[in-house]
Design a binder for this molecule. Structure first.
Ligand code: TRP
Length: 330
């Protein structure tokens, strides 16, 4: 591996169900090239899933495996990065506990993500201690690997800012142990759901990485386009169309220009536009489906990959914890 050990990176996702193409273009697409240049740690944040989904954990194990398969399908290569499971590296719990000692509750209470989710998520009780402490655990996940970059989506920025503040406070009390990591933002990829709302599992409006073309076809047929374009003879407006952003992600610039021209002059209808989308989506998904097949057939391979990754993560984590314990005179 050609990695510069100083260029470490870490990121994670919660195992809450299959990934959709919004996850791919919003995050994974950024992760995959980083494994070529960085010592990269990618982990399944299963403890974080519990912060809100603590009441029914019956599907958790399946989600953990499924998430890893989605990652492998997307091109993460266990030869090039460590793929591990948070709850199997107990050092994360220890560091989270210690960071919790120095984190003012007021920092957590004023976290915008916390306030927003408290208000928006009404179908479960988020008054639990673990949910308030979400960013402390996340700071532990990150600081454990002393990374330079953390590739995350825009929505994670408040959490990352807290991580930096916690690192600063720790270093202030106990000496310089943690560098302050920076976000590596994924260029905003617009991936609206089939119905125009944000693509989300809970809205049932997603195209999933594991979907077959047979499953995708009816979804695309029902997909909203320009709501003002009722007949093919009406000119359309790609800038308000729900499908067009996908051409930005999947279609070559020349064809894209033709689509724009055809749509605005009423020469290209939505049905044909969707056909181009389906063709390009199929080409995009084909290698993912090909890579996925092996792991669906032999899920024990996933367990082996995680076992290896857990070991690699643990080695790094125990080094960090030695420094932490020493700095804190434990
Ligand atoms: N909060 C992240 C999400 O919802 C998941 C996560 C947990 C994470 N710990 C992390 C991401 C550490 C980056 C680094 O997607």
């Amino acid at each position: 591996m050609l990695h510069d050990p100083n260029l470490r990176t870490v990121s994670g996702m919660r195992p809450t169900g299959p990934l959709h193409i919004g996850h791919y273009f919003g995050a994974l697409k950024n992760w995959v090239p980083m494994q070529e240049t960085h010592s990269a740690y990618f982990f399944v944040a299963d403890w974080h899933a519990l912060t809100s989904d603590y009441a029914d954990t019956s599907r958790l194990k399946g989600f953990v495996r499924g998430l890893v398969i989605d990652w492998l399908a997307s091109g993460l290569d266990p030869e090039k990065c460590a793929i591990f499971q948070q709850s199997k590296v107990l050092e994360h719990a220890e560091l989270s506990l210690l960071l919790g000692m120095i984190t003012p509750v007021s920092w957590l209470e004023r976290n915008p993500t916390y306030k927003e989710q408290q208000q928006e998520i009404t179908n479960k009780d988020l008054g639990n201690f673990g949910f308030l402490g979400y960013p402390v655990l996340m700071a532990a996940d990150i600081l454990m690997y002393r990374p330079k970059w953390v590739p995350v989506g825009q929505d994670q920025l408040p959490h990352l800012e807290l991580t930096r503040e916690i690192a600063r406070r720790f270093n202030g009390f106990y000496g310089p142990v943690f560098p302050e990591p920076e976000a590596r933002l994924t260029p905003a990829a617009k991936c609206p759901g089939l119905d125009g709302r944000k693509m989300s599992k809970s809205y049932g409006n997603g195209i999933f990485l594991q979907d077959t073309m047979e499953e995708i076809a009816p979804k695309v047929r029902g997909m909203f386009t320009d709501p003002a374009r009722l007949r093919k003879s009406d000119p359309g407006n790609p800038d308000v169309c729900n499908l067009y952003p996908y051409h930005e992600l999947l279609t070559d610039p020349e064809t894209r220009a033709e689509i724009r021209e055809g749509c605005t002059t009423a020469k290209l209808g939505c049905v044909d536009c969707k056909k181009i989308f389906m063709k390009n989506l199929e080409a995009f998904l084909a290698p993912l489906h090909e890579r996925r097949a092996k792991y669906v057939e032999r899920p024990e391979l996933v367990d082996d990959i995680l076992a290896e990754g857990n070991k690699a993560a643990k080695a790094e984590a125990s080094r960090t914890m030695q420094d932490v314990r020493e700095a804190m005179h434990m």
